[in-house]
Design a protein around this ligand. Structure first.
Ligand code: G1P
Length: 304
């Protein structure tokens, strides 16, 4: 369709305090905690880049300057690596570096909610559609979640929300969508609820932290209306926008690790390490040994 504007920019809200990871996050932002050998934030940035994103907008807060440093050249380190002939390490650093002018950083001065964090990026995004990636949600799939969403968007236009099945008793922790008619590669969203009361969710498809949104969302967010938990919620703004624009759901078939929780973070470390050839052999042995020590025989057989 000729009037579908391309998605070129992505917003990464990284202002959260990470209190669930104290004391680790006292002076290190939670987005810089590592999963195997990369900081959490880098997984989302790589997913965005693989989907064709050209500009990366970080909504940061106090104590987050190290994220900006991570996406810059480290002159002394690179000089030393060059002197030592460590070309592999230099190539690795270069491969994860956005080009000059491809990043922007703005601050959310007060923790007023996810919707407010997104609103802080309004001037940098301007009048074009954009991707929103919540870096805590680390995804594992051969094809990136956002790449598949961009494909759907290029057919449908409008707004796209990635969803994923979750156990019904977990739905109260997330935003949940109500499904309408199927479209090629997705479905129409007829309603959304942020953190539904237990037993009241319209489906077990939760919003997994990847969105493609139209810029009119900023007009709605300017109202600074508070929702669930007394915070300015992106889901509430999307519900309003859905009155005048189409919303489509994409069913992500890969696995998402909620790295905002310790359990999700540890699981992500193990699962991603197990995909790496230089680690998975010895790790498999270690994991078996640990499981054999902590699990009763019967459970271990199931786990094994
Ligand atoms: C936010 C969104 C929610 C979504 C979740 C995914 O909630 O508001 O709709 O399901 O991220 O992680 P939060 O985790 O900030 O409470």
């Amino acid at each position: 369709m000729a009037d579908i504007k391309p998605v070129r920019k992505a917003v990464f809200p990284v202002a959260g305090l990470g209190t669930r990871f104290l004391p680790a996050t006292k002076s290190v932002p939670k987005e810089m905690l590592t999963i195997v050998d990369k900081p959490v934030i880098q997984y989302a940035v790589e997913e965005a880049r693989a989907a064709g994103i050209e500009h990366f907008v970080f909504v940061t807060g106090r104590n987050k300057a190290v994220i900006e440093d991570h996406f810059d050249i480290q002159v002394e380190l690179e000089h030393t690596l060059r002197q030592r002939g460590k070309q592999d390490a230099l190539d690795l650093l270069a491969s994860s570096l956005p080009l000059a002018g491809q990043t922007s950083f703005t601050r959310q001065q007060s923790p007023l909610g996810l919707g407010h964090a997104v609103w802080c990026a309004r001037d940098i995004i301007g009048d074009e559609p954009f991707a929103l990636l919540l870096p805590d949600m680390v995804m594992q799939d051969r094809k990136g979640c956002l790449s598949s969403m961009v494909e759907l968007y290029n057919e449908t236009g409008g707004n796209i929300i990635a969803t994923e099945e979750v156990a019904w008793e977990e739905t109260h922790k997330y935003g949940v969508v109500e499904t309408g008619n199927n479209v090629e590669g997705g479905f129409e969203i007829t309603n959304m609820v942020e953190k539904p009361e237990p037993g009241s969710a319209p489906s077990n498809l939760f919003i997994n932290g990847r969105y493609i949104l139209q810029p009119e969302i900023f007009d709605i967010l300017s109202g600074h209306e508070k929702g669930a938990g007394g915070e300015i919620q992106i889901t509430d703004a999307m519900i309003k926008l859905a009155k005048s624009q189409k919303f489509y759901g994409f069913r992500f078939a890969g696995r998402t690790f909620d790295c905002g929780s310790r359990e999700g973070f540890i699981t992500a470390n193990v699962a991603i390490a197990m995909t790496q050839e230089d680690l998975n052999g010895n790790l498999r042995v270690e994991l078996k040994r640990i499981l054999a020590e902590v699990l009763p025989e019967q459970d271990y057989q199931i786990a094994g």
